[in-house]
Design a protein around this ligand. Structure first.
Ligand code: NDP
Length: 326
């Protein structure tokens, strides 16, 4: 079935400037870590991607090893690009990363120039693209000089294989050094991608202030704590959920009684505000304008639709914010 995008898609979404760059990102972006591998249903994944684009989501986030198997999310996304979205490439921001385990041997993991640049070439090949918009170092590597890892990102930008450089999972002190090196190399860091949600607030301890001062954007990953910050685990572990699947990164043990107590408490706030817990979790992140984009995952079109409505949320009262403390 041929695809024609929704005409009013840009009216459905708010866009935020990424740090002090010229690039705007949608307030909500879609990540393809889970749900788009060869183990998943391609037709369903395609529907989710196209629904996202129809809703004004211009940014799709990938990494070399998303699947499973590794590489398959990029291949499947490449197929959607080729068959449905090829006419809209200039309306899309596509990111990929390298830094975690990808192929055997000493050159398929961590932060060397050898690994990052070979991996980027492989990602481009799988997606059928001449360049990505953002190329990330997926995590800091204490065994590789930061100058080498940042040098690889800058080379990716200067060679035209990436438009912007990004870093992910870097603590504030390493991030500060990385920003300085990238600036010197003429490829300033566009964006940092940290884990940030109601349950994981480490970025508030210095990183957000640093990003603001440096003019670097922030895209918050796992904003729903992989599904824990939705209504789905309030009454056990449902069939097909990430905590129930053998290939899911969320383990049933992660849903501890202490976590459940918080989820139940925050769910009460959500109900009082007329939101679902998922919507509350997303709008809580978006209240900070330094958060450029909230990077959600979605297994179904229904989940995506529910999450997108987080944008319509009323502002938080002081009382609500107090009730949402950890
Ligand atoms: P989320 O925290 O948004 O979790 C997404 C999952 O939550 C869905 O797959 C679904 O799981 C469940 N869910 C989503 N919406 C709903 C809803 N409305 N109702 C019920 N359940 C819902 O994000 P992810 O953990 O998937 O991460 C998002 C993206 O962030 C990734 O795709 C990736 O791009 C990026 N990321 C980056 C990392 C990094 O190191 N840089 C690490 C991890 C992620 P279910 O199957 O249970 O239905």
């Amino acid at each position: 079935m041929s695809y024609t995008p929704h005409e009013n898609r840009y009216g459905c979404m708010k866009y935020r400037r990424c740090g002090r760059s010229g690039l705007q990102l949608p307030a909500i972006s879609l990540g393809l870590w889970h749900n788009f591998g060869d183990v998943d249903d391609y037709t369903n994944g395609r529907k989710v991607i196209l629904k996202a684009f129809d809703s004004g989501i211009t940014h799709f986030d990938l990494a070399n090893n998303y699947g499973p198997p590794y590489g398959s999310a990029e291949r499947n996304f490449g197929k959607v690009l080729r068959e449905d979205l090829s006419a809209y490439r200039d309306q899309l921001i596509i990111s990929t990363k390298a830094g975690y385990d990808m192929w055997p041997g000493p050159y398929g993991n961590r932060g060397s120039r050898k690994y990052l640049l070979a991996s980027l070439d492989q990602s481009l090949e799988r997606m059928g693209l001449p360049y990505v918009d953002i190329f990330y170092s997926h995590r800091p590597d204490p065994d590789t000089p930061l100058e080498e890892t940042m040098g690889a990102l800058a080379h990716a930008v200067h060679s035209g294989k990436a438009l912007y450089a990004g870093i992910s999972n870097y603590p504030a002190d390493t991030a500060r050094r990385a920003f300085g090196i990238l600036r010197e190399l003429g490829a300033p860091c566009l964006i940092h991608q940290p884990k940030y949600s109601l349950l994981e607030r480490w970025v508030e301890d210095g990183l957000m202030d640093l990003l603001e001062a440096e003019g670097v954007g922030c895209i918050a990953f796992s904003p729903l704590a992989q599904g824990m910050l939705t209504g789905k685990y309030l009454k056990g572990i449902p069939e097909g959920s990430r905590a129930q699947r053998a290939d899911g990164a969320l383990q049933a043990e992660n849903i501890t009684p202490e976590t459940l107590e918080k989820i139940i408490r925050w769910n009460r706030v959500a109900v009082e505000r007329g939101q679902t817990l998922a919507q509350l979790a997303i709008s809580w992140l978006l209240k900070d304008l330094r958060v450029t984009s909230v990077l959600i995952g979605a297994r179904t079109v229904g989940q995506l639709e529910e999450n997108l409505r987080a944008q319509d949320a009323p502002a938080f009262t002081a009382e609500e914010l107090l009730a949402m403390q950890l």
